[in-house]
Ligand binder design. Structure first.
Ligand SMILES: Cc1cc2nc3c(=O)[nH]c(=O)nc-3n(C[C@H](O)[C@H](O)[C@H](O)COP(=O)(O)OP(=O)(O)OC[C@H]3O[C@@H](n4cnc5c(N)ncnc54)[C@H](O)[C@@H]3O)c2cc1C
Length: 285
C-alpha cells in the first residue's frame, strides 16, 4: 500500500495550514476532510481578527483558503476518518471505504459539539456505531436508527436501506430532509441510548419516546479524538499536547480547536504550521 509521509485529518484553518506548510517542506501528504473546508468557516458572518483580511466574511475566507490549496495543487480527499491505529513506525488510517498508511498524522478535526449521549460511549461497538458505511453489513435484515447531525448524513441513511429491513432517521438539524422513501424520518431530539443487557437496544428522545433498534448510528461531523485513536491522552475535551503540538503517541500531532482554547481561526492556522513543522522534524529522525 502507498505510504504517505503525513496524513492530515480535518480541513478547517488548522488542517489547511498544516497541509500548506507540509507541502512547502516537500512532504507527501493526504489532506482528508470536506471540499467545503469547515462549516465553522463557511457560516461565520464577519471575521474581524484574521490578519491581512480585515472584516472578511466566512464564505470569503473559505474561498481564500480553497484558492491557496488549489494554487499549490493540494487536493482534498473527501472521506471521514473513523479510526487511526498506531502501528509502531506508521499509522493505519481507516475511512468508511478505504484504508491508508502514513508515517505521521496530524489531527485537525476541531472540537466535537455537545456531549456524547448518555450510554453512547459505553455501548460503542455494542449496538452503537459512528460509521454507517463501515458497519452497515452487520445489520442485514435488522432495524436501525440513525441520528444525523448534518444533511450530508442522509446519504448514509439511504445507503443503510440496502442492508437493514427498517431505517429510521432522526435529523438533528432544521433543514428539510431528502432521504429515500423507505427511510422513516422522525423529527425528535436524540436524548440517550437505551441499554438492553450487554447491547444497546434503542434510542430515547427528548420528546419522551423510546424506539427499539438493533443498532443506533450516531453521525456527527467530528468523532471524539479518543475514539479516533485508541490510547490518545486527553485533557478534558482537548487532546493533551506539548508546545510543539506532539501528543503522547509518537508521530501523532494535533492543531486547532482540538488542541485547546482559545477557539480562534488564527490560532488554528498558526498551530497548523507548528504541527506540520514538528511532523517534518519527527520524520527526519
Ligand atoms: C459561527 C462562528 C463564528 C466564529 N467567528 C470567529 C471569529 O470571528 N474569529 C475567530 O478567530 N474565530 C471564530 N470562530 C471560531 C473558529 O471557527 C474555530 O476556532 C476554527 O474554525 C477552528 O478551526 P479548526 O481547523 O481547528 O477546526 P474546524 O474549523 O472545526 O474544522 C475541522 C474540520 O475537520 C473535519 N473533520 C472532523 N472530523 C473529521 C474526520 N474524522 N475525518 C475527516 N474530517 C474531519 C470537519 O468536518 C471540519 O471540516 C467562530 C466559530 C463559529 C462557529
Amino acid at each position: 500500500m502507498e505510504r504517505y509521509d503525513i496524513i492530515i485529518v480535518g480541513t478547517g484553518p488548522a488542517g489547511v495550514s498544516a497541509a500548506i506548510t507540509a507541502t512547502i517542506r516537500k512532504k507527501k501528504i493526504l489532506l482528508m476532510g470536506s471540499s467545503h473546508l469547515s462549516s465553522k468557516v463557511e457560516k461565520a458572518h464577519e471575521i474581524l481578527n484574521y490578519p491581512g483580511l480585515p472584516a472578511v466574511s466566512g464564505p470569503d475566507l473559505q474561498k481564500a483558503l480553497l484558492g491557496h490549496l488549489e494554487s499549490m495543487n493540494i487536493a482534498i480527499t473527501e472521506e471521514k476518518v473513523t479510526l487511526i491505529y498506531p502501528m509502531g513506525d506508521f499509522f493505519a488510517v481507516q475511512t468508511g471505504n478505504n484504508n491508508y498508511e502514513a508515517s505521521a498524522v496530524i489531527l485537525a478535526t476541531g472540537v466535537v459539539a455537545g456531549k456524547p449521549l448518555p450510554n453512547e460511549e459505553e455501548y460503542l461497538g455494542r449496538g452503537v456505531s459512528y460509521c454507517a458505511t463501515c458497519d452497515a453489513a452487520l445489520y442485514k435484515g435488522k432495524t436501525v436508527g440513525i441520528v444525523g447531525f448534518s444533511p450530508k448524513e442522509e446519504e448514509e441513511a439511504d445507503f443503510m436501506t440496502e442492508y437493514a429491513a427498517k431505517v429510521v432517521y432522526f435529523p438533528q438539524y432544521k433543514e428539510e430532509t431528502h432521504t429515500r422513501d423507505n427511510v422513516e424520518v422522525i423529527r425528535e431530539k436524540a436524548a440517550a441510548i437505551v441499554p438492553q443487557g450487554f447491547k444497546a437496544g434503542g434510542l430515547e428522545t427528548a420528546e419522551g419516546n423510546t424506539y427499539s433498534f438493533d443498532g443506533v448510528f450516531i453521525l456527527r461531523d467530528s468523532v471524539s479524538p479518543k475514539q479516533l485513536i485508541p490510547g490518545l491522552e486527553m485533557d478534558g475535551n482537548h487532546v493533551k499536547a506539548e508546545r510543539d503540538l506532539s501528543t503522547n503517541i509518537p508521530g501523532c500531532f494535533v492543531c486547532g480547536d482540538i488542541a485547546g482554547l482559545p477557539y480562534q481561526y488564527i490560532k488554528s492556522a498558526g498551530e497548523g504550521n507548528v504541527a506540520a513543522l514538528s511532523a517534518v522534524k519527527y520524520l527526519s529522525k
